[in-house]
Design a protein around this ligand. Structure first.
Ligand code: T1G
Length: 687
């Protein structure tokens, strides 16, 4: 039974028991409603509701959201709990999110375990609280706190919840504490719905709307939540509840909610391929070669996951630099309260910094994060082969290079797998796991086991230049440079992509990573580039001018005094010059036209990646673009978005652009196949 109940003395105990996170579906709602009747029939003094396992309740079962809502609806269930003559007390033993927090707020009193987290993250699923959260929370914690918690969707700790008045007590044993609550105290506690709403505060509401416009442009749910919260400040509770419900039901059918659900479940489904039967190697000590930004980030991610790390550098100077890079991350984590001194010490204790490869003899996995050059990679792999046990897995963090060519330097090429982390490696969730032509199942399984241990989102990729993510990024940048050359400025392109939903556009993003990295890649690709493909020379000119980005104080933008970005007319003139030299008559483009070209370029490349089997599925490309490249999560990822546009429409638009430049814009065979068979990219299977 998803909700169990028992009686002890005059107290009823109701337990939400739908593993693993006690999500509340139709069955749980029905059982909860029944429990209200049971408690009243038993004439109990109180009911204590809690969750089985580590969670109180993770909210409504989002898997139900694609279908029509089924009775009993949660608002009615919570209304019954709140109006029952038998008071309910919530013993919050773990996460109480969304509908879980709403159950707790319908109770007369709430006690939380110290490790509990309480929140209304519905906006992260493109909806708003749909069972009273927008009406009860403001009554309990006040308008500003409620606006913050609901529009940002971030849960609060038990201590913060107590400070905000959301829970009455924090106790190691919330069940016992709930039992010990004095009946008189309970008796005089009025149900939340009867509390007066906080005063209408136009300034606070305006500030919330302003903050959302800047923080999550294009997202509907957070702003809708402010509207519904505002309504509740001046309208009777049950009237405002109807608005909340109507808004919730409308949003959950909408594109943004469907896209966010797609990503939510895709992220959780990202696991090792089901047909991968091999046993991963045990992970205890991992060697990392290279203590630069990437290597240090990877080493810290491993330390964070409780692993021991041997961080190898070429010499004493390199070792010192690596140590400094790790210290920087540790201090930042201490400052942000992500770890405490003891945690920092524990991480330092499990770290060995050295240039002696013999120190890595115990490692079962080694990850090279050395300079992105084939010869350097081969030297490092040879040194690791000599130092580590023959069965140890070797991994390369290359972003572009051919791992099959790298593997050829090894006696046993099957032990090499690509583990492509994203900067900063201890924060970014994506991990591209690259299977080479000879990569063994054991090496692959070890890669996926590491991803699980690091709580990364693993995506399997085949070998090609740039794998999944960087290959699509190259097309994105090429399309951006073409628009820049033919019709716009870098800042107009960036504004178009921010309006589309990116946190920043391609030019500001490249100023962060540095123009020299892409330049080195273009030089590497000179030998293989299709001579028929149009080449935009502007970025090369930038590098010649020493404009490498933030690190040189100027790139596509100038950064006077290291501060905010400033548009640089010199850069804009570069396009005018190059267009003139190429005999191109520049045109005008709207923001929508600019964004369409960049997105179509990515979709077409994504489809080729599917067609070639470099990616296993469109869903994997969605995960890569969202978790590695900032594609707007509320658009569901690149291929989900393409399906929303419609494959036929995408092909029609590409064919129109192909009239301009067939080399760049000819539709991918995968798109044509989908158009001709009427199937969505999400159902595309390589023929
Ligand atoms: N619905 C359905 N399944 C869910 C779920 C949910 N709300 N939450 C988790 N799961 C599944 C998940 O897919 C996975 O399945 C398993 O549980 C473990 O999850 C009316 C409208 C709770 C912090 O947004 O944030 O309430 O892969 O791998 O890392 O107002 O899950 O094993 O088959 O994430 O320990 C609002 C969403 C809903 C919270 C646990 N609630 N969940 O993290 O495990 S809307 C949320 C989480 C709502 C009401 C409204 C996390 C977690 P599988 P996991 P975890």
């Amino acid at each position: 039974m998803p909700v169990t109940r028992r009686r002890e003395g005059n107290t009823g105990y109701v337990t939400l028991d739908n593993p693993p996170v006690n999500a509340i579906g139709r069955a749980e709602r029905a059982d909860l409603l029944e429990a209200v009747g049971w408690a009243e029939a038993e004439r109990l003094d109180r009911v204590i509701v809690t969750g089985a396992g580590h969670a109180f309740a993770a909210g409504a079962d989002a898997r139900e959201f694609d279908g029509p809502p089924a009775e009993p609806h949660l608002p009615e269930v919570l209304d019954a709990i709140e109006r029952s003559p038998v008071p309910w007390v919530a013993a919050i033993n773990g996460v109480a999110l969304g509908g879980g927090a709403e159950i707790a707020m319908a109770c007369r009193m709430r006690v939380a375990a110290p490790q509990a987290q309480i929140g209304l993250p519905e906006v992260t699923l493109g909806v708003i609280p749909g069972a009273g959260g927008t009406q009860r929370l403001p009554r309990i914690v006040g308008l500003e706190k409620a606006l913050e918690m609901i529009t940002l969707g971030k849960p609060v700790s038990a201590a913060a919840a107590q400070a905000a008045g959301l829970v009455d007590d924090v106790d190691e044993d919330p069940l016992d504490a709930a039992f010990m609550i004095n009946t008189e105290d309970m008796g005089c506690r009025v149900p939340v719905w009867e509390l007066p709403p906080p005063p209408h505060d136009p300034a606070a509401l305006a500030a919330a709307r302003e903050r959302l416009a800047a923080r999550s442009p294009g997202q509907i749910a957070p702003l809708r939540a402010v509207d519904v919260i505002e309504e509740g400040l001046t309208r009777p509770f049950h009237e405002a509840m109807q608005s909340e419900r109507a808004a919730f039901l409308a949003l959950r059918q909408g594109d943004q909610a469907r896209a966010l659900r797609h990503i939510f479940f895709a992220e959780r489904a990202a696991k090792a391929p089901s047909d991968l039967a091999a046993v991963p190697l045990p992970l205890d000590t991992v060697a990392v070669v290279g203590g630069g930004t990437m290597g240090a980030g990877i080493a810290y991610a491993l330390l964070n996951a409780g692993l021991s790390v041997v961080l190898l550098e070429t010499d004493a100077e390199g070792v010192a630099r690596a140590g400094a890079n790790i210290d920087k991350i540790v201090s930042a984590s201490l400052k942000r309260g992500l770890i405490d001194e003891a945690g920092a010490e524990a991480r330092r204790d499990r770290l060995t910094l050295t240039s002696d490869y013999a120190a890595a003899a115990k490692a079962t996995l080694a990850i090279e994060a050395a300079f992105e050059a084939m010869e350097v990679k081969k030297q490092v792999l040879s040194a690791l082969q000599a130092a580590l046990p023959a069965e140890a897995v070797l991994a390369t963090n290359t972003s572009y290079l051919d791992i099959d060519e790298m593997a050829a330097v090894l006696d046993d090429p099957a032990r090499l797998v690509g583990l492509h982390f994203f900067a900063p490696a201890h924060i970014m969730k994506l991990l591209e796991i690259v299977r080479g032509a000879q990569t063994s199942d054991a090496a692959l399984a070890t890669g996926f086991a590491l991803a699980k241990r690091l709580r990364k989102v693993p995506v399997l990729a085949g070998v090609c230049d740039g794998f999944i993510g960087n290959r699509i990024l190259a097309r994105y940048r090429e399309a951006a440079d073409t628009v820049f050359m033919d019709a716009a400025t870098p800042w107009e392109v960036d504004e178009a992509m921010v309006a589309f939903g990116y946190a920043m556009g391609p030019y500001e993003a490249q100023d962060l990573s540095g123009l020299d990295i892409a330049h080195a890649n273009r030089r590497r690709q000179d030998v293989t580039r299709d001579p028929a493909r149009r080449y935009i020379p502007i970025a090369d000119r930038m590098v010649e001018l020493g404009k490498l980005g933030r690190k040189t104080g100027a790139g596509w933008y100038r950064y006077p005094g290291g501060g905010g970005k400033v548009e640089d007319p010199i850069v804009a003139d570069l396009a005018l010059e190059e267009a003139h030299l190429a005999g191109i008559t520049r045109t005008e483009m709207t923001e929508a036209e600019i964004a369409e070209r960049l997105v179509l370029a990515m979709i077409n490349e994504g489809a080729d990646i599917l067609h070639e089997g470099i990616a296993q599925s469109a869903r994997d490309i969605d995960l890569v673009t969202v978790f590695g490249y900032g594609f707007p999560r509320w658009r569901g990822g690149l291929m989900w978005h393409a399906d929303r546009l419609g494959v036929a429409h995408v092909v029609q638009r590409l064919e129109a652009l192909a009239a301009e430049d067939p080399v760049v814009w000819t539709p991918s065979p995968a798109l044509l196949q989908c158009r001709d068979t009427g199937c969505a990219l999400s159902d595309y299977r390589k023929a």
